[in-house]
Design a binder for this molecule. Structure first.
Ligand code: FES
Ligand SMILES: [Fe+2]
Length: 419
């Protein structure tokens, strides 16, 4: 009995922490508590509407509510995005001591820096005083100075200075530092994890060494410095992040239809194939149209597209390594960050103008394809919002990757209630 009351009180407090708007009337809290319990029940039912145990030939996809419900997005924040390693930036952004970059993952402002001892660090980018971010954009500094009231933090997160504190009681500087996050690097990338510690990378479930094996077969060793960062571009679209993942990894099903102009000249017919599918990553490959010499210069003989759960993709084609990182900003909003890297050997013995033109042309093609993909993802999102659509079927020959993605999601979402 006491534990039941305790749970209710805790639920109430937790609920107030998360949802309270400052209104204090008890009846408001009680009714909202009731709403929350109903929401939890509805949410659980929503998660369980997808049955991951049904074979792909008979399976039904997750319902549209997985893509259109704010409660579902919050559940994903608390499970998928809190418990997995997430790619958030590049190692060259924090190469020198004092260098930092900021980011925002599912509403959590983050800062990654190289401290004065040369150690890589990541923190929630939130001042302990009133919550102002302590760092903006990217820069090189010797400490973080909050721009609101001037509190300062060392690059290892310690609070160094808090002004006009005379008279304050029970305040300990060491309890008011920046909140640290687990951080590591892989190839040219920086990964963070909101829960756990950096040692978790040994056992992170990403199976990055298997991705490395795939990449090495493609003449790209993520541990070498053989690629050079050349360009970053960003986008924001009105769509759920899962729709973007599904579009990227549908075994090329949409490519011949939605990117027809491009595929006719660049790909050798319907050649996209799934080379590997598992719950950590998927690998798709496509053969180049050998009749188009321009195609081979840009994308080589084979292009490879790797998706790494949950928010990260690598495309390897010709001299290019292109990474795409997804940053969800709600159930209906997703930011993309595209980083383009070129193989160092590509620059050798080439005039600067030729390299510049090649980069511009290649990035313009990527942009055009991405415009088409954005239109698809936004179109699908509006369709999912419609009463006409509830759930769909898988096309087993090409959509195994989507099926495995949904199974992995279902496992993590269901796990929320078994903690
Ligand atoms: S919010 Fe940072 S010093 Fe006040
Ligand atoms: Fe596409």
């Amino acid at each position: 009995m006491f534990s039941t009351i305790g749970r209710l009180v805790n639920a109430r407090l937790a609920f107030r922490r998360v949802f309270s708007t400052g209104r204090s009337a008890v009846f408001q809290i009680e009714s909202r508590l009731l709403d929350n319990r109903v929401d939890q029940q509805e949410l659980r039912e929503m998660v369980h509407r997808y049955d991951p145990s049904v074979p792909i030939e008979r399976a039904i996809t997750p319902p549209s509510s997985w893509y259109t419900s704010p409660a579902m997005y919050k559940l994903e924040k608390d499970t998928v995005f809190k418990n997995n390693w997430l790619a958030i930036g590049r190692k060259d952004q924090v190469k020198r001591t004092g260098q930092y970059f900021t980011s925002n993952v599912v509403g959590e402002p983050l800062v990654v820096c190289r401290d004065l001892q040369g150690q890589l660090r990541a923190f929630l980018n939130v001042c302990c005083h009133r919550g102002m971010p302590v760092a903006k954009g990217e820069d090189t500094v010797s400490q973080f100075d909050c721009s609101y009231h001037g509190w300062s933090y060392a690059l290892d997160g310690r609070l160094l200075k808090a002004t006009k504190m005379k008279g304050i009681q029970n305040f300990k500087a060491k309890e008011n530092g920046l909140k640290p996050l687990a951080v590591t690097t892989w190839g040219p990338l920086v990964l963070v994890k909101m829960t756990g510690n950096s040692a978790d990378v040994e056992n992170n479930g990403l199976q990055l060494e298997k991705v490395e094996t795939v990449l090495k077969q493609l003449d790209y060793d993520p541990d070498t410095e053989d690629i050079v960062f050349v360009k970053r571009s960003t986008r924001k679209i009105t769509s759920n992040w899962k729709t973007v993942v599904e579009n990227f990894s549908d075994g090329g099903y949409h490519v011949e239809v939605a990117h027809k102009t491009y595929t006719d000249s660049y790909y050798a017919g319907s050649t996209v194939r799934m080379a590997d599918v598992n719950e950590y990553f998927t690998v798709q490959m496509a053969e180049t149209n050998q009749n188009n010499p321009k195609a081979e210069t840009r994308i080589g003989k084979i292009s490879t597209y790797i998706y790494i759960y949950p928010n990260f993709m690598i495309s390897r084609y010709g001299p290019w390594v292109e990474t795409i990182t997804l940053f969800p900003y709600g159930y209906d909003s997703t930011d993309f960050v595209f980083d383009f890297f070129l193989d160092k050997s590509f620059f050798q013995n080439k005039p600067r103008d030729e390299v510049r033109n090649f980069i511009d042309e290649s990035v313009a093609i990527s942009d055009k394809i991405q415009d088409e993909d954005d239109e698809i993802c936004e179109g699908v999102h509006f369709g999912l919002m419609s009463s006409a659509y509830d759930a769909g079927r898988y096309v087993p020959r090409v959509e195994m990757s989507q099926y495995v993605f949904h199974q992995r999601l279902a496992k993590e979402l269901r796990g929320h209630w078994s903690l």
